[in-house]
Ligand binder design. Sequence first.
Ligand code: XMP
Length: 321
Amino acid sequence: RWTIASIVDEQVTRIREQIGDGRAICGLSGGVDSAVAAALVQRAIGDRLTCVFVDHGLLRAGERGQVERDYVSATGVNLVTIDARERFMTALEGVTDPEQKRKIIGREFIRVFEQAERDLKAEGDYRFLVQGTLYPDVVESGGGTGAANIKSHHNVGGLPDDLRFELVEPLRELFKDEVRRVGLELGLPETIVHRQPFPGPGLGIRIIGAVTAERLSILRAADSIAREELTAAGLDRDIWQCPVVLLADVHSVGVQGDFRTYGHPVVLRPVSSEDAMTADWTRLPYDVLERISTRITNEVAEVNRVVLDVTSKPPGTIEWE
Ligand code: XMP
């Protein structure tokens, strides 16, 4: 019934009605959803949109540069980068409960956007906050009719009660495949539109246990190897995403050379999915699994074991937290 072009037209009209001659901030994560939401709002209100990229220290290797370079060159959007690594690390110190992590991260994002709003005061009044919230995020955060709270997506259930921004969420009724088509319709490059999903709370919800700088760097190294090998094997478009999870509070005994090691396991969680509401574990080729496992255990000193998650969703969710 709906063509993609008509979804774009309707959303642009609605955004113009909502924002009027006001200004909006959009948090860019580097992912598809926020990129497409920003592009829609940019089409609606032009340079009264300013994008904010928050470096919260929970990013994967190379992510910050990718947004600063690729997204800006594709769209010409105004971009401000904020280094908030210390703020997030302090707020997350010692926190192990997944819902608590999600709520803290959601709240800190908003605090950083508020800071950005104050910094931009000279240009005008930025009262609106654009988010790339999708329909499944709303449902899983318990916002859909009768749905249970499965996990609080950082941009839905993680919002603080005293939120002063008015939210603009043009993707709230869409699924990921529709969002990707909207992105292509708006002229975003394939490299952005076909990126695999990565959660806003980032590596913070892929460390099982408290988040520390050291654990982040271990996970970042293991994740980067897994991504490199999956890309080299040409599998990027065959899998939905492949979280790498660090079991930071678990130790396992290993042997390297003649020496006993006592390190951590990481979990590979490759999944196939249409919309992330359900998923199947991806049967990755054994030789690819072997290369990932060998490289991670050779190159990341603190990891001595690589395990594979063979659970579908349900009963397992995609992310471990
Ligand atoms: P789950 O773990 O619920 O994940 O099966 C479904 C999809 O959503 C992503 N995800 C998030 N994305 N903020 C996001 O932007 C979040 O808080 C969040 N939690 C999960 C996850 O990576 C998967 O693609």
